[in-house]
Design a protein around this ligand. Structure first.
Ligand SMILES: [Zn+2]
Length: 337
C-alpha cells in the first residue's frame, strides 16, 4: 500500500521531502521531564514546568532534536488559562506562559540548528546531517486533559458539555498559540467526535492561519476512547482544509496498524502516529503499569510495518524516550535497514 494515494498539502509535501520522505516526531515530554526528577502529579502536569523549570523544558526539546526528531511539540498540552488561573495566576500571566511554551521550543530549535551548522554533531552515528527541517508544533490537549478527572481517556464529558462549551474552552488558547511563532497546531489525544468538530469550527471561525494535525487516541483499535468510530473522527479531520495530517497518539503500539488502515480508508491526508509505550496508566494509583505483551523492541519493530501501510510521520507519546526516537530514526533512515 505504501504512500499510494496519499495527497499531502504543499506545506506537508515540502516538509516531508526535506526530511527524506518521512518525518520523525518527538517522544513523551512529560515522561522525560519526570525522568529528570520533576514531580508532575499536578493538574497542570508538564505545563507545571513552564512556571518552575522552563530551562528543563528547553533541554528536553533539545534531547529529542538530538535523537533525530523533525517535529517538537510544545509543553502546552495541559497549559490552559483556566488551569493557570486555578493556581492563582492572572489571565495575562497565563497567556504569557502559553506563548512561552512555544518560544521555548523555538529556542531549542535555534540552538540545535546552530550546533548543526557548526558540524557539532559530526560524531553522532545518525545520518541526519542532510535532513534538518524542524517544525515546532503547538500542543493543544483536550478539555478532559484540563479537567484531569480521567475523561481525557474516556472521552465522556457528560450531556452538559456541548459543542459550544468546548469551543469556548479552547478559543482563547488556540488564538494565542496560533500567534506564538509555532509552525502548526497539534491537537492531541482527541477523545471524541465532538471535540474534533469543535476544533474544526474554531480553526475556521478564528481564521487560524497556520496548519494543524488532528491526533486521536484509542484503546480498542477501532474506535477512539469515547467509542466514536475512528473512521468518523478521521472524516471530520478530513473535512477541514487546514488539517495537514491525521493520526493516532498515546495508544498502545499493537493497535496502531489497524487504526492506520481505518484512517486511510477515509482520508488521503498524511497519517501521523506517535503511540505510547504500550504500558497502561492506572488512574487510581496514578502509575504506569508494564504489560506482558509490549516492549520497546516491539514498538521499534512495528515502525517499518506502519510505514508500509502508509504512515508518514512517526514518534512516541507517553513513556517513550529519546532512545525510542533514536531507534525510530534508525529504522526510517538507516540505509542498511
Ligand atoms: Zn501520551
Amino acid at each position: 500500500m505504501g504512500l499510494e494515494g496519499v495527497e499531502p498539502s504543499s506545506f506537508m509535501a515540502d516538509f516531508l521531502a526535506g526530511c527524506g520522505g518521512y518525518a520523525v516526531v518527538d517522544g513523551g515530554l512529560a515522561t522525560e521531564l519526570e525522568r529528570h526528577g520533576q514531580d508532575l502529579n499536578d493538574p497542570l502536569w508538564s505545563a507545571k514546568c513552564l512556571i518552575s523549570f522552563p530551562q528543563l523544558v528547553r533541554r528536553v526539546h533539545l534531547e529529542y532534536l538530538e535523537a533525530g526528531a523533525n517535529v517538537i511539540i510544545s509543553a502546552s498540552y495541559q497549559a490552559t488559562i483556566q488551569g493557570f488561573e486555578a493556581k492563582g495566576l492572572s489571565i495575562e500571566e497565563a497567556e504569557t506562559l502559553i506563548k512561552r511554551s512555544v518560544e521555548i521550543a523555538c529556542e531549542a530549535r535555534e540552538i540545535y540548528l546552530q550546533r548543526c551548522a557548526k558540524g557539532y554533531w559530526d560524531f553522532l552515528d545518525s545520518p541526519k546531517i542532510d535532513r534538518h527541517p524542524v517544525l515546532v508544533a503547538a500542543s493543544v490537549g483536550s478539555y478532559g486533559a484540563y479537567l484531569a478527572d480521567g475523561s481525557e481517556y474516556s472521552g465522556n464529558y457528560g450531556a452538559s458539555v456541548t459543542l459550544e462549551t468546548l469551543k469556548e474552552f479552547h478559543r482563547r488558547r488556540l488564538q494565542i498559540l496560533a500567534n506564538s511563532g509555532a509552525d502548526l497546531i497539534a491537537f492531541e489525544t482527541i477523545p471524541n467526535k465532538l471535540e474534533a468538530q469543535a476544533y474544526v469550527e474554531l480553526l475556521e471561525e478564528e481564521n487560524i492561519d497556520i496548519p494543524a494535525w488532528f491526533s486521536f487516541s484509542s484503546n480498542d483499535g477501532t474506535n477512539v476512547v469515547s467509542g466514536d468510530p475512528i473512521t468518523e473522527c478521521a472524516n471530520i479531520a478530513d473535512s477541514c482544509s487546514q488539517v495537514v495530517a491525521v493520526g493516532i497518539n498515546c495508544t498502545p503500539p499493537r493497535l496502531i496498524h489497524g487504526l492506520i488502515l481505518s484512517i486511510r480508508k477515509v482520508t488521503n491526508k498524511p497519517v501521523i502516529i506517535y503511540p505510547n509505550s504500550g504500558e497502561t496508566y492506572n488512574g487510581e494509583t496514578k502509575q504506569w503499569e508494564k504489560t506482558r505483551w509490549e516492549t520497546e523492541e516491539d514498538f521499534v519493530s512495528y515502525v517499518g510495518k506502519w510505514r508500509d501501510v502508509g504512515a508518514c510521520l512517526f514518534g512516541g507519546c507517553c513513556r517513550t524516550t529519546p532512545n525510542t526516537i533514536r531507534a525510530i530514526s534508525r529504522v526510517l533512515f538507516d540505509k542498511s535497514s
